[in-house]
Structure formats: structure tokens, C-alpha cells
Design a protein around this ligand. Structure first.
Ligand code: PEP
Ligand code: MN
Length: 337
């Protein structure tokens, strides 16, 4: 960390700041220039509460050197993390396909979708039983009944289940049914919930917040990792921009960026990224080309009748066609399904 003192700072200001750094076990390097004095703090600066020094009148600014996240960083772990789910890993050469309805609606519909996912080569069935809807009057999900349908579909098809946890009070319930616990975009900064899933031994898919930077996404991942759960998968699902033609703007640069900044796997959700079914397939292909470790895709047996996110849901036939193209792209890239 570099601490820049204001012009006119005195020796007692330098001594005060140096003493605070020494107290925390950091080494101090003072550099006096013509106009400014700069103090370098050497050691793990994250133990310092930056704010307390910044409040000292002689301090002009503080420039952190170390990232505000550690366990999630590529510096901490050079090799890619591999998250194990049953007999599958995420973060290897494979591109994992996770597909299903936005929300679990009916038993029959879900089973039909699950069979289509399996037949097309997918390995995960997605579907929300607890839905974070923007309006309190919109369908909120089936709760445990929906989780039971997901479990039945897993039993029949062998697909793994990914489903969202919204409330720390439902952790035990969702834990019992899910193979991957999804934390939705609206909860990326719900630190109580992040700590909660940090204490369970089940993979967590953490979605990027609606207006979050990649650095903020990694800091949220750090909350989970710090509690002890190292099975974290990140998800790019678009962010809000000035564009109004699409629901969000899918930030595919986040994929190589995350791979540079972090060792964690990253999956792309083009469905929420664009919000229009006609744009989903091209963005799925683009996401694979960008290096995504998986795709999270909304599909529905009858999108016109969907209770949630119908306009962005692919029909089962469209999904099957997309998968043919995804497979050939994956092969061309020397990766596997
Ligand atoms: C979802 O995956 O159904 C969902 C609600 O997504 P997000 O949290 O990204 O909006
Ligand atoms: Mn949705």
C-alpha cells in the first residue's frame, strides 16, 4: 500500500502514520520528495483498515497494491480450479451445458424439458423453485414442491440439478435437493447469504450482479471462499447499460478477464444477458468461443405459456438445433462436451 501525504506534512505526521503501520506488523518505507512524502507499507496490507488512516488529516490518498480479494485471485492459485459435481468437473476442458426453465412450473413440463436436455447432451437441469421476481405480484415459484420435481427429473435422467437459494433460512432445504446452489444476480451482494453458502460443502454458482464490476463479483466470491467453501463457479449474466433493445448487455469480455484475474471457472448465461430468444443461440456460441466453462440456458416446452421469462426461453427444438452447433464448435476448439 502506498500512502501519499499532503503537501506541508510534518515529521510528526510521518511518525504517526509509520507508527500505525508498524503496529500492524507492516514494514515502512518513507520517501520524501520536493513536494510530497510517500510512505510505502510492505506486508499484507489487507489487515489494515484503510479507512482509519484515510481519515487522518495529513493523508491525501491511499493506493492499495494488493487486490481486495485473495483466495479468488490467480496470484493465490496459478492453476484453474476444478469443481467436482458427482462424476463431472467444471473448469476442465469440458464445456458444461445447464438448461431448463426459468422456474419450475409443472411436473410434466419439467420432465419433458429434462428429457430434451439429456437427449441433446446437456448434463445439468436448471430451474428455480424460489424466484427473485422484480414484482411481488409475479409468480414466486413452487417452493419445495418445485424442488421435488427437480429431484424426480434427476432420478429419471441422471442430470444434475442447479437451483437458486434466495433466503438463508431455506439453505438446508435447497441443500437437500440441489447439486449446485445458485446465488442470483440480485443477491450477489447479500453477504449474509454468501457467508451461509460459504459454510456448506456444495458447489455454488455465483451470478454477477446487475450493475456489478468483475472485481465486485470476485470480492463476493471471496466471501464464500473465505468461509471455507472452495467450490465456487462464477456466472456472467449481463449487466445494465444504456442499451434498451436487450434486457441486459452480455459482457463476454468478463470471461477472459475472469480467467486472467482468477482461477475460478466461469459459466455464461446468455438468456438473461440478452432477454430475447432469437439472440440466445449466437451468444451461446460466442460464449464458448470466449472460453466459458459452461452455458446456463433457459428453455421451455411452451415459451408462450411460461410463467417466467418466456420471451428469452428457447423451444426444445431450437435448443436441440443449438446443441448441434455448440458441439461442433466445442470440437473445433479442441474442447469436450
Ligand atoms: C435465473 O437464473 O433464473 C435468474 C433469476 O437469473 P439472474 O439472477 O441472473 O437474474
Ligand atoms: Mn429467468
Amino acid at each position: 500500500m502506498i500512502i501519499v501525504l499532503k503537501p506541508g506534512s510534518t515529521q510528526s505526521d510521518i511518525d504517526y502514520v509509520s507508527e500505525k503501520l508498524h503496529e500492524k506488523g507492516l514494514k515502512v518505507h518513507v520517501s520524501k520528495g520536493e513536494e510530497r512524502t510517500i510512505i510505502g507499507a510492505i506486508g499484507d496490507e489487507r489487515i489494515l483498515r484503510e479507512a482509519s488512516l484515510a481519515a487522518y488529516p495529513a493523508v491525501e490518498k491511499i493506493l492499495p497494491i494488493l487486490k481486495p480479494f485473495k483466495l479468488a485471485s490467480r496470484d493465490f492459485q496459478r492453476e484453474n480450479s476444478r469443481v467436482q459435481i458427482g462424476d463431472l468437473t467444471i473448469g476442465d476442458d469440458e464445456v458444461r451445458i445447464m438448461a431448463g426453465p426459468c422456474s419450475v412450473e409443472t411436473r410434466e413440463g419439467l420432465l419433458q424439458v429434462a428429457r430434451a436436455v439429456k437427449a441433446a447432451g446437456g448434463t445439468f437441469l436448471r430451474g428455480g423453485a424460489f424466484k427473485p421476481r422484480s414484482s411481488p405480484y409475479a409468480f414466486q415459484g413452487l417452493g419445495e414442491e418445485g424442488l421435488k420435481y427437480l429431484a424426480e427429473a434427476r432420478e429419471e435422467t441422471g442430470l444434475y440439478v442447479i437451483t437458486e437459494l434466495m433466503d438463508p433460512r431455506d439453505t438446508e432445504l435447497v441443500y437437500r435437493y440441489a447439486d449446485i446452489i445458485q446465488i442470483g444476480a440480485r443477491n450477489m451482494s447479500n453477504f449474509t447469504l454468501l457467508k451461509e453458502v460459504g459454510r456448506v460443502d456444495k458447489p455454488v454458482l455465483l451470478k454477477r450482479g446487475l450493475s456489478a464490476t468483475v472485481k465486485e463479483l470476485l470480492m463476493s466470491a471471496e466471501y464464500i471462499l473465505h468461509e471455507g467453501n472452495r467450490k465456487v463457479i462464477l456466472c456472467e449474466r449481463g449487466v445494465r447499460t444504456f442499451e434498451t433493445e436487450t434486457r441486459n448487455t452480455l459482457d463476454l469480455s468478463a470471461v477472459p478477464l475472469v480467467k486472467d484475474m482468477s482461477h475460478l471457472p466461469i459459466v455464461v448465461d446468455p438468456s438473461h444477458g440478452v432477454g430475447r430468444s432469437d439472440l440466445v443461440s449466437p451468444m451461446c456460441l460466442a460464449a464458448v468461443a470466449a472460453g466459458a466453462d459452461g452455458l446456463l440456458i433457459e428453455i421451455h416446452e411452451n415459451p408462450e405459456e411460461a410463467l417466467c421469462d418466456g420471451p428469452q426461453s428457447l423451444r426444445l427444438s431450437e435448443f436441440a438445433e443449438l446443441m448441434v452447433r455448440v458441439k461442433s464448435l466445442i470440437e473445433a476448439l479442441g474442447r469436450k462436451l
